[in-house]
Design a protein around this ligand. Structure first.
Ligand SMILES: Nc1ncnc2c1ncn2[C@@H]1O[C@H](COP(=O)(O)OP(=O)(O)OP(=O)(O)O)[C@@H](O)[C@H]1O
Ligand SMILES: [Mg+2]
Length: 369
């Protein structure tokens, strides 16, 4: 690259020097010949002077051209070196990044296009480092989540095998519960991966929010009745929204499942839909165990559970609210949780009521990433 650039400069500069020297010599020769032709009596002294004058000029032009070309070669190599060195450095950094060294950074100088390129490369490396750290954290979180049910299952199986334990229906049920927990975790992980994948799309359509709430409530009714929890539905008006029906149902079912899980029998859970300015507002409220208000900000984090042992017993993997947040954000909405220990929990979702661009009656795949 450096040599190619230098030789390109050299050829251009030499070409220009040679061309101007040739034009100058030809022009001078033509005018001197004209001058000699025009003098009435050819004088040998004048002819001699003219010849020497021409020779002196040609020699000085040739030597000046040679000197200029040598100078052009030196300057070209210097300039090419200056231009190519940041590119060479960037190539080296890119090679190191490919080998897994994400600490490498390009040394930035000035404010030209090359420094912008270096800046972009540094940004890319920082992003790769962040993604790598996230990947490591996620892998260790998953391993941690899988370890407990697998260890329980292993110890139960070994006890059955060695004859230490009789495989009573109760113990088999306990193994079954651990398996259910694993299946639930894998299902949640699958959903989260899907929502976070770059190809994730929403099938947005103009929908009536009340109808979606009604459908979600219907899907959960039996579970609430079985646990003897009253489920109230408060839908005042028909609110048109542009959403992916299935995803909104997924959000509501996740919130209702939480309310069901963390509310003792005899309690009440309500789901309310109302308009607030240009927003559609969904509120899921329960009279359950709640959580300290200091914990509310953390519950949207992956695998976060306020009371690990209690949630583990109820089969929770701590991914439900993470999925809810991702889906609400994909709809350009917001989700908030308010709670107090032993006083219940209130989750508020705000969605845009207007028809966002890209939403039509037939449904429109819209990439959220
Ligand atoms: N309605 C609620 N009342 C009390 N605590 C709640 C409520 N909703 C969520 N939480 C707390 O927030 C934590 C995270 O909730 P999230 O839905 O993400 O996970 P989970 O319900 O434990 O598991 P999953 O939803 O994956 O089955 C829960 O473990 C619980 O501690
Ligand atoms: Mg949940």
């Amino acid at each position: 690259m450096k040599k190619r650039l230098a030789w390109a400069f050299v050829w251009v500069a030499s070409g220009m020097i040679c061309l101007s020297a040739a034009i100058f010599i030809m022009g001078m020769h033509y005018h001197l010949s004209m001058f000699l032709k025009e003098i009435p009596l050819p004088n040998p002294q004048v002819i001699n002077l003219s010849h020497h004058f021409e020779q002196a000029l040609i020699q000085s032009i040739v030597w000046t051209s040679v000197g200029t070309i040598i100078l052009a070669v030196v300057i070209s190599f210097y300039v090419a070196q200056k231009i190519a060195s940041p590119l060479i450095e960037m190539r080296k950094v890119a090679e190191k990044i490919t080998q897994g060294n994400l600490e490498m950074r390009v040394h930035l100088e000035g404010k030209d296009e090359l420094s912008e390129l270096g800046q972009a490369l540094n940004h890319l490396t920082a992003e790769l480092k962040k993604q790598e750290a996230l990947r490591r954290m996620l892998t260790s979180d998953i391993a941690h989540e899988l370890r407990t049910p697998l260890a329980t299952l292993k110890s139960h199986m070994e006890a059955f095998e060695d004859g230490i334990w009789e495989p009573t229906p109760e113990r088999i049920r306990s193994c079954h519960e651990e398996l259910e927990r694993l299946i639930h975790l894998v299902g949640d992980l699958e959903q989260l991966t899907n929502v976070e994948s770059p190809g994730f799309t929403l099938r947005k359509k103009r929908e009536c929010l009340g109808e979606i709430v009604e459908q979600s409530v219907k899907a959960m009714e039996t579970a609430f009745r079985t646990k003897n929890i009253q489920l109230k539905k408060l839908v005042s008006t028909k609110i048109p929204v542009c959403v992916d029906r299935n995803r909104i149902m997924q959000i509501l079912i996740n919130l209702l499942s939480n309310a069901l899980k963390f509310t003792p029998p005899g309690g009440t859970v309500s789901i309310e839909v109302k308009e607030e300015d240009d927003k559609a507002c969904i509120i899921v409220k329960d009279t359950g165990v709640g959580m300290p208000s200091s914990e509310t900000a953390k519950v949207f984090e992956r695998f976060y559970r306020v009371d690990k042992s209690r949630s583990r017993k109820s089969g929770g993997s701590g991914l439900g609210l993470t999925i809810v947040k991702k889906l609400v954000e994909a709809h350009e909405g917001t989700v908030e949780i308010q709670s107090n220990l032993n006083e219940g929990t209130r989750v508020v979702i705000m969605l845009s009521k207007e028809k966002p661009a890209g939403c039509n009656q037939e449904g429109n795949g819209q990439n959220t990433n």
